[in-house]
Ligand binder design. Structure first.
Ligand code: F6P
Length: 328
């Protein structure tokens, strides 16, 4: 592959924001400055690329952003970038600034955009896994996942207090789109009675039996974690079905929602984002194009974007086994 001499790198965040995106931007920009490159912020993801919302960054732009949730470059989901015309406009805008490579921080849709763009226009890109869902292959953890799990656990701890006071059964819905990673981590970390994830089918009857046996074991509160993309339905739908079997239970439903996307990143996410931000720029300089940088067993790995986004990341069987043992 031809090694291009890269002088100007554009950085963007796209798709759902995730805590640690700012830390990743900062790390990429700092690394760029370290290597004498010009760094550009592309605002509102691919939307900003199409609308030419692109500005040269200096060190002031990245001061005191590492610790902040969200993304100061802002984010968007761009329908126009899915079209050939949209990508053409975006390419012309990049060229007008002389930007010759990209660091794209986002989830599967955002990284797929970077891949398409590379295929069509040859703009080298390194993707960074920025999503709370942890649904990208090629990295053990995505940027924002750890913070989202901590936020969910903190919220569920509070629900636990009131659930115990009233002997109530709570169904707590967590994010994750089609993946159950947040649900599993938050469920184990908050002593959930059961964890329902899209990757496994849990019949309502099995859940009801489990709740009955926990009642016999004199558990005073029960919290069931429901991943939003689960096959058995939303937390409310499952709660309604369970109520028919256990009418004596006082059942409540809480949807944690976008709460999970905000907040200051944990030390884990700060470190991950910082390492990967540097890796993105160094990868581009070394000619690693059309790849996503990730950490597997704490080692830096560059995975072709097409492999990172296929959606085949497996949930850990061992986690499920532990969750099951601990909830009986
Ligand atoms: O991909 C991150 C995520 O927060 C998912 O967990 C969730 O399904 C989705 O984004 C929500 O998207 P939006 O903020 O566009 O409603």
């Amino acid at each position: 592959m031809e090694l291009k001499s890269i002088k100007k790198i554009g950085v963007l965040t796209s798709g759902g924001d995730a805590p640690g995106m700012n830390a990743a931007i900062r790390a990429a920009v700092r690394a760029g400055f370290y290597y004498g490159l010009e760094m550009y912020g592309i605002y509102r993801g691919y939307e900003g690329m199409i609308q030419n919302d692109i500005k040269k960054l200096d060190s002031k732009n990245i001061t005191h952003v590492l610790e902040r949730g969200g993304t100061f470059l802002k984010s968007a989901r761009s329908d126009e970038f899915r079209t050939k015309e949209g990508r053409k406009k975006a390419y012309e805008n990049l060229k007008s600034h002389g930007i010759d490579a990209l660091v794209v921080i986002g989830g599967d849709g955002s990284l797929t955009g970077a891949h398409l763009f590379y295929q069509e226009y040859g703009i080298p890109a390194v993707g960074l896994p920025g999503t709370i869902d942890n649904d990208l292959s090629g990295t053990d953890s995505t940027i924002g996942f750890d913070t989202a799990c901590n936020t969910a656990i903190e919220a569920i701890d509070k629900i636990r207090d009131t659930a115990t006071s009233h002997d109530r059964l709570f169904f707590v819905e967590v994010m994750g789109r089609d993946a159950g990673f947040i649900a599993i981590n938050a469920g184990i970390g908050s002593a959930a009675a059961s964890i329902l994830i899209p990757e496994r089918k849990t019949p309502v009857e099995a859940l009801v039996e489990k709740l009955k046996s926990r009642t016999k074991a004199r558990k005073t509160s029960n919290i069931v974690i429901v991943a939003e993309g689960g096959k058995s339905g939303s937390a409310q739908e499952i709660a309604d079905k369970v109520k028919k079997h256990l009418p004596y239970y006082d059942i409540k439903v809480t949807i944690l929602g976008h709460l999970q996307r905000g907040g200051s990143p944990t030390s884990f996410d700060r470190l991950l984002a910082s390492k990967l931000g540097v890796a993105a720029v160094e990868g581009l300089m070394q000619g690693k194009y059309d790849v996503m940088a990730g950490l597997i067993n704490n080692k830096l790995v560059y995975t072709p974007i097409v492999k990172a986004v296929v959606g085949d990341k497996e949930v850990d069987e061992e986690d499920l086994r532990v969750a099951n043992i601990l909830s009986t």
